[in-house]
Design a protein around this ligand. Structure first.
Ligand code: HAM
Length: 419
C-alpha cells in the first residue's frame, strides 16, 4: 500500500468505523451507570486559558513544564486541556453552580491533550471519563467516587487490578511533612535530578512523583506522609478506609502515592492493572479541597477521578472482552434496473420509519455483487426487486441466515420485519 501523504500527528489516532461501536458501548455504560449514581454530565470547551491550567495543576508539575500544547492568538493564551478537573472547577466557579444547592455531582467524557512521548497506552490525544463531586468533604463523597470508578470496570468484567490508596494530608500536615522531606533530601541535593533540585525548595512532595532514574533511590527510602498527618486528616482517611471495607472494595495502602498534580489534598488513589504494561494506571484521582478557592471561588471541598479510555480498551483486549456487537443492518435492498432502484430509494424511508434499519446498493452493481455486499454488511434480510416484482407488486424477502425466501407485498414485509 502506498504511504499516505498526510498523517495524524504522532500520538494522535483516528478512531475508525470498526472501532466506534466499542467506544459507543463504553460511553453508554458510563452514561447508564452515571445516571444510577445520580451524576450529571458537564461538557466544557477543549481549550482553556493557559493560566488556569498552570495555576490549577501546578507550575512545577510535569504536565505544565513539559506536556501542555499551548499557543497565543491575539491577546489570548490558549491551552488544549490536559485534564478536566481544573476546567470543571473553573466552570463551577464561573457559572455559580454552588447556587444549584447541595454538592454538585458531575461527570464527563472527552478528549485530553498532553505532549508526552507516545507509547502503548500513552497518547498525545487521549480520552478520559471522570467524575468531580464538588461541595462535600465527607468521606462518603470520596467513597462514592471510588465506587463509581470500580463499578464501570466491574460491569465490563475487568477485575485484575489494584486500588492504591494514600492520604496526602491537609495543608498543616503537608507543611510538617515537607519540612521533614526537605531535611531528608537536602544532604543529597547534588545527586538529585535537575528538576527535583528545582522542586526541593518550592514543592518537595513533587519529587516523590519523579520518574528520573537518579531520584529513585532517595524516593524509595523517603519518610512517608502517613506519619505526619494531623488528627483531622488521619480521621478522614480512616473513615474512607472503613467505608471502602464496608463496601468490600479492596485496596492497598501506598504511602508514596502523591499523583501528578499539585491540587491534591487528603485522599489520593490510583487503579493500576498488570495487563497494561509500563503505563499501568487505568484511573486515578483524589481530593482537592483547596482548588475551588485557588481558582477564585469560595472555599469548597471536592473529590474526583479520571480514567483513560484507551487503557481500558487495552485491558479488554488482553482479557478478550468485546463490548460491541458485530455490525449489522436489518435490510439490504437488492435492486436490478432503473425502475427497481427508484423503488428501492423510495422504500428505504418507509422501512426506516417503521424502525427497520435499511440500506441499498449505490453503485448499480450486479445481483451477485449486491448479495455479496449484503453479506459483508451483515444484513439480516434482503429484499430482491426487479421489473417482474414491480409488475406483480410482490417482492422476494430473503432471510440471509436461514437462506429461505418468501414472496410478499411491501406492507407484509414491513409487518414481518417489525415483528
Ligand atoms: P491523571 O492520573 O493524570 O489524572 O489521568 C487519569 C487517567 O488518564 C490515567 O490514569 C490514565 O489512565 C489516563 N491518561 C493520562 N495520560 C494519558 C495519556 N497520555 N495517554 C493515555 N491515557 C492517559 C487526572 O487527569 C485528574 N484530572 C484526575 C482527577 C479528577 N483528579 C481529581 N479529579
Amino acid at each position: 500500500m502506498a504511504k499516505a501523504k498526510y498523517t495524524t500527528h504522532h500520538g494522535m489516532v483516528d478512531i475508525l468505523p470498526d472501532e466506534t461501536p466499542t467506544w459507543r458501548a463504553l460511553e453508554n455504560i458510563i452514561h447508564e451507570e452515571a445516571a444510577k449514581f445520580n451524576f450529571e454530565e458537564i461538557r466544557t470547551p477543549i481549550m482553556e486559558q493557559t493560566e488556569l491550567i498552570k495555576r490549577g495543576i501546578g507550575q512545577l508539575t510535569d504536565i505544565v513544564t513539559k506536556e501542555i500544547f499551548a499557543f497565543t492568538k491575539g491577546d489570548s493564551n490558549y491551552v488544549l486541556r490536559p485534564e478536566l478537573t481544573a476546567p470543571v472547577v473553573r466552570s463551577y466557579v464561573e457559572n455559580h453552580l454552588d447556587q444549584r444547592g447541595g454538592s454538585q455531582k458531575l461527570y464527563y467524557i472527552g478528549p485530553m491533550f498532553r505532549a508526552e512521548r507516545p507509547q502503548k497506552g500513552r497518547q498525545r490525544q487521549f480520552q478520559q471519563f471522570g467524575v468531580e463531586i464538588i461541595g462535600s468533604d465527607n468521606p462518603v463523597a470520596d467513597v462514592e467516587c471510588i465506587a463509581f470508578m470500580m463499578r464501570i470496570y466491574q460491569r465490563i468484567g475487568i477485575k485484575n487490578f489494584t486500588l492504591k490508596l494514600n492520604s496526602v494530608g491537609d495543608p498543616e500536615s503537608r507543611e510538617a511533612y515537607k519540612t521533614v522531606l526537605r531535611e531528608y533530601l537536602q544532604p543529597n541535593f547534588d545527586k538529585l535530578s535537575e528538576l527535583s533540585q528545582k522542586r526541593l525548595e518550592t514543592n518537595p512532595m513533587r519529587i516523590l512523583d519523579s520518574k528520573e532514574k537518579e531520584d529513585q533511590e532517595f524516593i524509595k527510602n523517603a519518610p512517608v506522609i502517613g506519619d505526619y498527618l494531623n488528627d483531622e486528616s488521619k480521621t478522614h482517611f480512616e473513615l474512607v478506609c472503613e467505608m471502602l471495607q464496608s463496601l468490600d472494595i479492596e485496596y492497598t495502602l501506598d504511602p508514596l502515592l502523591v499523583r501528578g498534580m499539585d491540587y491534591y489534598t487528603r485522599t489520593a488513589f490510583e487503579l493500576t492493572s498488570p495487563d497494561l504494561g509500563s503505563q499501568d494506571a487505568l484511573a486515578g484521582g483524589g481530593r482537592y479541597d483547596l482548588l475551588v478557592e485557588e481558582i477564585g471561588g469560595k472555599p469548597t471541598p471536592a473529590v474526583g477521578f479520571a480514567a483513560g479510555m484507551e487503557r481500558l480498551f487495552i485491558a479488554c483486549e488482553e482479557l478478550n472482552i468485546s463490548l460491541a456487537d458485530p455490525k449489522k443492518v436489518d435490510v439490504f435492498i437488492v435492486s436490478l434496473g432503473d425502475k427497481a432502484r427508484k423503488w428501492a430509494l423510495k422504500t428505504l424511508p418507509k422501512l426506516r420509519e417503521s424502525g427497520i434499519s435499511a440500506t441499498m446498493d449505490y453503485l448499480d452493481r450486479s445481483m451477485r455483487a449486491q448479495m455479496k455486499d449484503a453479506n459483508r454488511e451483515n444484513a439480516s434480510f434482503t429484499i430482491i426487486v426487479g421489473d417482474n416484482e414491480l409488475e406483480e407488486g410482490t417482492f422476494t424477502l430473503r432471510n440471509m441466515k436461514e437462506s429461505d425466501e418468501s414472496k410478499l407485498s411491501l406492507d407484509e414485509i414491513i409487518k414481518t420485519l417489525s415483528n
